[in-house]
Write a protein that binds this ligand. Structure first.
Ligand code: DC
Length: 227
């Protein structure tokens, strides 16, 4: 008899706080947190390493079979991304890799390549998975679906502070422009675009503190899982 695992899908645009929220909920429930953006970033990083442009569909298609990705969850609580045997968890977090991830994620070969990996994790674990198409495409039967958003200015401000803390000196204006460009790319691509699933609960955290957002998500999750 197969055991039924629970799935919580959190989708939304860049900088909406998906990973912070998803991590907190996963910890409280004892579920595995799956950051699907990190998987796309890892593919983007490989394409970049090979000197191929992210929009070059032929180049990316040629490379995709060389990509071997595994995900590890060591004690530090971080989701470690292993690309062809090397830990690239830090390397994929730059603004350039955000842009590469968004570009390569538009290609069908990349989405097809990663779909099974994501579904397999949900087949074998209780998961909180965040991304762009989790509620719509990857896990359409997830018991809880949340579409997390905030105004572009609020999201850019949060991302700007995060980057500053990491020593990246991009201006707020650049962070905002990059974010708008990425949202446009992610929501207008033909395959699995960023959009709210019909049965997802919309949560706009523009005027909420972090703790208020966590509480709001917790009450959505509790209500849905109780059904
Ligand atoms: O969540 P993130 O910012 O780390 O994601 C990086 C890019 O990966 C994002 O701009 C689009 C792509 N992505 C996707 O297409 N589908 C997902 N489920 C997650 C991320």
């Amino acid at each position: 008899m197969s055991k039924k695992f629970h799935a919580i899908a959190i989708d939304g645009p860049a900088g909406a706080g998906k990973s912070t929220m998803a991590k907190r909920i996963a910890k409280e429930l004892g579920y595995v947190y799956v950051d699907t953006g990190a998987i796309y970033r890892t593919v983007g990083y490989y394409v970049w390493l090979c000197g191929i442009g992210g929009r070059d569909v032929d180049g990316v298609t040629r490379l995709i079979d060389e990509v071997n990705i595994s995900i590890e969850y060591p004690e530090d609580g971080l989701q470690h991304m292993i690309l062809n045997g090397k830990d690239v968890t830090g390397e994929i977090r730059t603004p350039e890799m955000s842009s590469y991830a968004s570009q390569v994620s538009a290609h069908k070969c990349v989405r097809d390549f990663l779909l099974d990996t994501q579904r397999e994790l949900a087949r074998t674990h209780n998961v909180v998975m965040d991304g762009r198409d989790i509620g719509t495409v990857v896990l359409p039967d997830a018991e809880v679906k949340i579409f997390l958003t905030a105004s572009p200015e609020v999201r850019a401000r949060r991302r700007y502070i995060e980057l500053q803390e990491k020593g990246v000196s991009d201006s707020y204006e650049k962070v905002l422009a990059d974010m708008k460009q990425r949202d446009l790319q992610d929501s207008t691509r033909p395959i699995a675009p960023l959009k709210q699933a019909k049965d997802a609960v919309l949560l706009d955290t523009s005027s909420m503190t972090l703790e208020e957002s966590v509480e709001a998500i917790k009450s959505i999750v509790e209500e849905k899982l109780a059904k």
